[in-house]
Design a protein around this ligand. Sequence first.
Ligand SMILES: NC(=O)c1ccc[n+]([C@@H]2O[C@H](COP(=O)([O-])OP(=O)(O)OC[C@H]3O[C@@H](n4cnc5c(N)ncnc54)[C@H](OP(=O)(O)O)[C@@H]3O)[C@@H](O)[C@H]2O)c1
Length: 317
Amino acid sequence: MTTAERRRILITGASSGIGLEAARILVARGDELTLLCRNRERADQTRAVLSDSVQICIGDLADLASVAKVIEHLRQNQEPFDALVLNAGLQYAGHGSPRWSAQGIELTFAVNHLAHQLLAEGLKEQTRAIVITASEVHNPATGGGRVGQPAGLGMLKGLRQGPGAPMLDGESPFNADKAYKDSKLCNLLMALQIHRQRPEVPVVAWSPGLVIPRTSGGFFRNSRQANPLGQALFGFVARDLMRLSESVEQAGALLVQLIDEQLHQPGFSYWSNGLLGPGRHRFSPTQPSKEATDSSKSTTLWGLSSDLITASAAKSN
Ligand SMILES: NC(=O)c1ccc[n+]([C@@H]2O[C@H](COP(=O)([O-])OP(=O)(O)OC[C@H]3O[C@@H](n4cnc5c(N)ncnc54)[C@H](OP(=O)(O)O)[C@@H]3O)[C@@H](O)[C@H]2O)c1
């Protein structure tokens, strides 16, 4: 790869799972990676797995003040990123009570959405294209989105209350699985809003499908604490028996495919790795849910999220 072909890519959530697999491929190709890792320990582990050549910023997405510091640091180097990959995410389905970010905001929303909106906005002058890892569970009409409480933000009454609201709609009783689905709906609405603000910037949201790693860490780590046997059974049935899941390596390769192929195309697209049958997926452009295409909701969500970020910054000063 020549220097001209080498891309500068910033990735969140590359210390594990899909982001780590994508980073392995990109490093091997010679791309220049900057990874946001939550602490020094995760940074050292990630560098040891990938390469000493990756640059690492320490930043906890569960703390908006920490994210703001990362932005300040990255802004000092004026060189643009060819892609900003907003991939980090968590869920703690199975737990009965909410967890909170440093600013007292429900954790799934704070990490999966709010911290990423702050990054996207804070680095907009330096960003040529954006990829956001969302999920099909944002869509109550499809697959996993139909199981359990559906995604839905209502009139965003919870977000209007500011920190301390367990659910964004301000009405549903706390449900960690729904909080996750709602956060992924927010990812789609954020992608739409960035596209409307900056139509010249390629914005790609995508869903990797169900990815259940065999390791003890990864995406289901919190749910496993709540229900170890149930989660082991779910993993075995969904991954090994019914073959409904995608491998973490392939999911990482799909993320790289989007970076390779889609980031020269201005405009918004949503790609989903749809399940065709046992062990068979098709990765293709897909229509997001009706709520995810509501431009008035995307504007409201963006505005309320900005207000919450600003209020949190004012408090920590
Ligand atoms: N796995 C699935 O079935 C599935 C399906 C649809 C969508 N997705 C989405 O895919 C994305 C990647 O998930 P994955 O399956 O690769 O899960 P994963 O293995 O658990 O990776 C999540 C990544 O996010 C990082 N992260 C979480 N909280 C953070 C924080 N406070 N500060 C900094 N980094 C933080 C983690 O860092 P640490 O390693 O330090 O924890 C890790 O690098 C997520 O957005 C998820 O919603 C996953």
